[in-house]
Design a protein around this ligand. Sequence first.
Ligand code: ATP
Ligand code: MN
Length: 148
Amino acid sequence: MAMFKKILYPTDFSDVAQEAIKYIDQLRDGARQWVFILHAIDSRVLDLLIYNPIISMEIEKNLREDAQSSMDSLRVHFEETGFEVETSIEVGIPASVILRTEEAEDVSIIAMGSHGKSNVREMILGSVSEEVIHSSRKPVLIVKRPSR
Ligand code: ATP
Ligand code: MN
């Protein structure tokens, strides 16, 4: 029986989120296990373009295609490690999308980066990881940014 049967890996494809991968690999314990890779396309960014719905739709389409190709490589990686893989790309507020998926998929643990694309040096945590730690009912593995 796997200790962490289903690992939720929310990613913005940043270097810090990428850093979580090697720790997820180490959670592999030989039993059947899933990694659920999740990317949220931030709806607040799309809403900024509300005055031009055509452009907004075009941008969403591009973001989705980029996310899909990054997801495809992540899937290959985790399958090679021996995990079963599920993926999802959703439009919404990232922390809400992550917390909703945590509930809906009844995951065992969430593994994510301490920071993401913004990666402001002075911040102890990014806003997404902070909100997830605050509201998640499941254990959260926070992987720190790579030292440079
Ligand atoms: P902020 O977004 O508050 O300016 P930041 O970008 O440095 O700060 P977060 O966005 O909180 O930091 O990122 C922390 C982690 O949250 C990332 O490493 C990633 O695991 C996850 N994450 C962030 N954004 C998304 C997203 N859009 N979809 C899925 N996971 C995300
Ligand atoms: Mn961010």
